[in-house]
Each structure stands twice: as structure tokens, then as C-alpha cells.
Design a protein around this ligand. Structure first.
Ligand SMILES: [Zn+2]
Length: 248
């Protein structure tokens, strides 16, 4: 009996060790490759170092109509400029929306061409996807985007080095609401986003979903609440290139 008990104990201990080690490996992998704040592989700013009450709003995965235009119309009404990290194939779908954002003074960053996760599994495929996305924006607006945000924030040293060589600034940020994909109540999303804001914060929202479109009406409503609240609190808004001093 005693030897069975000790064998069971040994098996339990080994299982716990495997589970703990696996969880630690997953956590470390997430921190290194996908967390918004890790700088382990090089500069990947999620905020600027400043005491000024300034925020940079950013929007990923668009253009996605009518939501991108609804956000743009609201920002225009408040004289607020933001940064839109756009997906190349969505830019090709709605070129007039991207051009209107440019004429409104917003910054256009690139967010890859396809936004497909499997492209992240091969650096050569990912590099092609990044280049194609930048070309899609450049051929429309006449200049290469100087800002790039990788889909899912997934990055590695080779990507960051390659971007820096091209003079492109990789950009992270703070997710306005981690539950945004489920489109919770706008008031809840806005409250969670506002609670994260500090001077110099780069706030991330999504005007699209994985480059496939999808409803973002509640994001539009939440952004209105966030902007008006922060304006009341004395914040002003800027684009990420200006916030970080990236040459235009
Ligand atoms: Zn994205």
C-alpha cells in the first residue's frame, strides 16, 4: 500500500511540475512576443514619457464601413486627430475612406496586408505581408506609412530590426477594453478605457474585426464617451507620430 501511495504521489508531483512549467512557458512566450508592454526585443512604445495631458487614440483593423466613417465624423466634430492602423486589403476595399482620413489630418499606419495569423508563423511570409500592406497604403496616399502595428502585437527581433532598417516605427499601445471583440455596453468599454489613461497613453480601439468587417457600433459609441470625458478632464489628442516624434 505504502509503495502504491508513494508512486501516486510521485506521479502527481511530476504532473504538477509539467503543468507549472508549461504555464510558465506560455506566460513567458506571451510576454515576449505579444504583450503590449514588453520591450525585450527592442523599442515597441505603448505610451510616451510625458507629464502633458495628451492621449493618442488609435484604431486597428479598418477601414470597415460605416463604422470608420462614423468615428471620423465624430472626431471631425471635436477637432480630434487620431492614428488608423489599416489593413491593406481593407484599404483596397474602401480607398475613399482612407483618403478622407488623410484629408482630415489623421495619421495612417500599416497593420499588414492580410491580418492572417498563419502568416506570423513564417518570417518570410510575414515580411511579404508587411511589405504588401505598406505598398497598398503607399500606392493610395503617395507615401509609405512610417508607423506599423503588427496584428495581435505579435513581434520578434527580426521584424523589429527589419522595420527599423526601413525607417518604420513599430507601435504598441494600451487596449481600451480587452473585451471589445465581444462588443459589451459602450459605457462599460468607455469606463475601462478611461481608467487606463495616463499622460502619453496610446489607446487602442478597433474599427474593424480581423480585417473581415463586422459590427463596431458599440466601439463608435464608446469612443464618443471616451473622447468627451477626456476633453472634460483637460486632455488633448494627437497622432502617434507627433506623440513619439517620428518624422512624418
Ligand atoms: Zn488587428
Amino acid at each position: 500500500m505504502a509503495s502504491y501511495a508513494s508512486t501516486d504521489r510521485a506521479r502527481s508531483t511530476a504532473l504538477c511540475t509539467v503543468i507549472t512549467t508549461s504555464a510558465a512557458a506560455v506566460g513567458l512566450g506571451y510576454w515576449l512576443f505579444m504583450s503590449p508592454r514588453s520591450q525585450r526585443f527592442g523599442s515597441f512604445p505603448y505610451m510616451a514619457s510625458t507629464t502633458e495631458k495628451v492621449v493618442a487614440l488609435s484604431f486597428d483593423d479598418g477601414p470597415n464601413e460605416p463604422f470608420t466613417s462614423q468615428i471620423a465624423a465624430f472626431l471631425r466634430s471635436r477637432s480630434v486627430q487620431a492614428t488608423f492602423f489599416q489593413v491593406g486589403r481593407c484599404v483596397e476595399r474602401h480607398p475613399e475612406v482612407t483618403l478622407r482620413l488623410v484629408s482630415d489630418g489623421h495619421a495612417i499606419g500599416s497593420h499588414s496586408y492580410s491580418h492572417k495569423f498563419w502568416h506570423c508563423l513564417s518570417w518570410s511570409r510575414q515580411r511579404e505581408d508587411i511589405e504588401k500592406g505598406q505598398q497598398a497604403v503607399a500606392s493610395l496616399i503617395g507615401r509609405r506609412p512610417r508607423l506599423f502595428r503588427p496584428p495581435w502585437l505579435f513581434r520578434h527581433p527580426w521584424m523589429l530590426q527589419s522595420l527599423r532598417t526601413q525607417g518604420t516605427q513599430p507601435v504598441s499601445g494600451v487596449f481600451g477594453d480587452l473585451l471589445e471583440v465581444f462588443q459589451p455596453r459602450p459605457e462599460a468599454m468607455a469606463a475601462r478605457a478611461v481608467a487606463k489613461v495616463r499622460p502619453g497613453t496610446i489607446l487602442i480601439f478597433h474599427d474593424g474585426f480581423d480585417a473581415r468587417g463586422g459590427p463596431r457600433g458599440r466601439t463608435v459609441a464608446a469612443v464618443k464617451l471616451v473622447v468627451d470625458h477626456l476633453l472634460e478632464q483637460g486632455y488633448h489628442f494627437t497622432t502617434i507620430d507627433r506623440l513619439l516624434g517620428v518624422p512624418g
